[in-house]
Design a protein around this ligand. Structure first.
Ligand code: GDP
Ligand code: GDP
Length: 435
């Protein structure tokens, strides 16, 4: 279930972000001739020969005003903490610099595989020049050119070979969920409250390093795995307080969850920062529950809850399917409802509808509200079938996918939701042409 993670590390200007973009497949971060430029994205998925992985551009974790050497030290530490495999990037044009040595020394201490990429090897002569880099002590250097997309295949072959073995990993049936939200909304308080005395904690899974951050517990007779508990609880290292690091961490946790508890702070209301991770969870197709915490802090009348809900719904229109719950980690108000809610959402997220039942619902929907037509050509829906779960994904076979309008698709989705309980989960509809 969990995806292996690659971290790209190296001193500024060696080409980390260029390589990251190449592998991610589109230009999602800005590359300029100045070192330390702002990057849009530092976390993305990649794929090579059927292996999917997540990838962190540690160069984009801005350590604020820290001195140069401290910054690269911290970026290397992020790589060690977060990655299954580290890609250490150096540049053939500049050779080995003091800063490269510094990074290397930190990586020696890591118990993680390191693959050495010698970037800017844009032509065959430069590709011959890589032998000096053996002295760094990370085995074979892989000559690449991020700018021209050369050598990346061999590099990724080596990276994938270094991924941890899946074999030792136990596949269990527990429901995996994570808590996400900006700092101070009360995530760690909720974790502590949820893991309170009356829950049996099965284990802080210690098997592989990657899993050491998850906590298993049993509530209402169901096994849950809280993803990245450690990441929520621990505070200390400088970079853990930077926004980009926590956003990256949240994205990683979302990738490894079935259900995401998106935590808001009733006391402070909604901030811009709340929207980024919520949008990612939605796009990633996870089950989502909106948890409004610190409900104890508001002076309430019989309108307060309704008004707050309306406000959240307006701000997060794309999360219309997500149930909302108003809780307090402090007084434990309604916390006992969470396990059952998570369970319901996880089950909706994995729900399968029989084709016969589905087609009845869709044909009835079409009979009630005829399909759109465009210049006399009418959309025809022949057949529908569910092709995937997590999230539930339906294919509609139609005469011409272009005839489907956004509003009609929304109507079909609503009809599906009216007949089957898909609360908490996005539902994907795909139109396919069939003669
Ligand atoms: P980062 O600071 O390590 O993330 O480096 P960037 O990706 O921002 O790249 C730094 C500079 O090196 C930019 O001007 C890039 O265009 C350039 N660069 C990156 N990869 C290559 C490459 O393969 N060949 C050459 N010649 N230049 C590159
Ligand atoms: P995190 O950064 O999201 O993990 O937030 P914390 O769990 O560290 O909580 C931030 C602050 O909010 C702490 O001072 C908590 O004691 C406080 N807090 C958390 N939950 C509640 C709550 O439900 N009610 C009140 N009044 N305070 C809370």
């Amino acid at each position: 279930m969990s995806m292996p993670t690659i971290a790209i590390v190296g001193r500024p200007n060696v080409g980390k972000s260029t390589i990251f973009n190449r592998i991610a497949g589109d230009r999602i971060s800005i590359v300029e001739d100045t070192p330390g430029v702002t990057r849009d994205r530092i976390y993305a998925h990649g794929e090579w020969l059927g292996n999917t992985f997540s990838m962190i551009d540690t160069g984009g974790i801005d350590m604020g005003d820290e001195p140069f050497l401290k910054q690269i030290t911290q970026q290397a530490e992020v790589a060690i903490d977060e990655a299954d495999v580290i890609v250490f990037v150096v540049s053939v044009r500049e050779g080995i610099t003091d800063a490269d040595d510094k990074v290397a020394q930190i990586l020696y201490r890591a118990d993680k595989p390191v693959v050495l990429a010698v970037n800017k090897a844009d032509n065959p002569e430069l590709r011959q020049d890589i032998y000096d880099f053996y002295s760094l002590g990370f085995g074979d250097p892989y000559p690449i050119s991020g700018a021209h997309g050369l050598g990346l295949g061999d590099l990724l072959d080596a990276v994938i070979k270094a991924f941890p073995d899946k074999e030792g990993e136990v596949d269990d049936d527990s429901i995996r969920f994570s808590l996400i939200g900006r700092p101070n909304v009360g995530k760690s308080s909720l974790v502590n409250a949820l893991l309170g005395e009356d829950r049996v904690i099965v284990s802080e899974i210690a098997g592989t390093t990657r899993d050491a951050i998850d906590t298993k517990f049993v509530a209402d007779g169901t096994e849950f795995t809280m993803v990245d508990t450690a990441g929520i609880r621990k505070r200390g290292k400088v970079y853990e307080n930077t926004e980009r690091y926590s956003v990256m961490r949240a994205m990683k946790a979302i990738d490894n969850s079935d259900v995401v508890l998106f935590v808001l702070n009733a006391e402070e209301g909604i901030r811009e920062q709340d929207k980024r991770v919520a949008g990612y969870a939605h796009e990633a197709g996870r089950g989502i529950i909106i948890v409004v915490n610190k409900w104890d802090t508001l002076k309430k009348n019989n309108q307060t809850l309704h008004d707050f809900e309306v406000h959240v719904r307006e701000e997060f229109q794309y999360l219309a399917y997500a149930p909302m719950v108003f809780v307090s980690a402090k007084t434990h108000q309604r916390l006992n409802e969470l396990p059952a809610m998570i369970k319901t959402v996880a089950s909706n997220h994995a729900k399968r509808i029989k084709s016969s039942t589905l087609n009845e619902v869709i044909m009835d929907a079409i009979a009630m509200n005829p399909t759109p037509n465009d210049n006399g050509r009418r959309l025809r829906v022949y057949y529908a079938t569910q092709v995937a779960i997590q999230p539930p994904t339906f294919v509609l076979f139609v005469n011409d996918p272009d005839l489907m309008h956004f509003s009609y698709e929304r109507y079909i989705e609503n009809q599906i939701r009216e007949h089957f309980d898909f609360s908490g989960t996005p539902v994907h509809l795909i139109e396919r042409h069939r003669k």
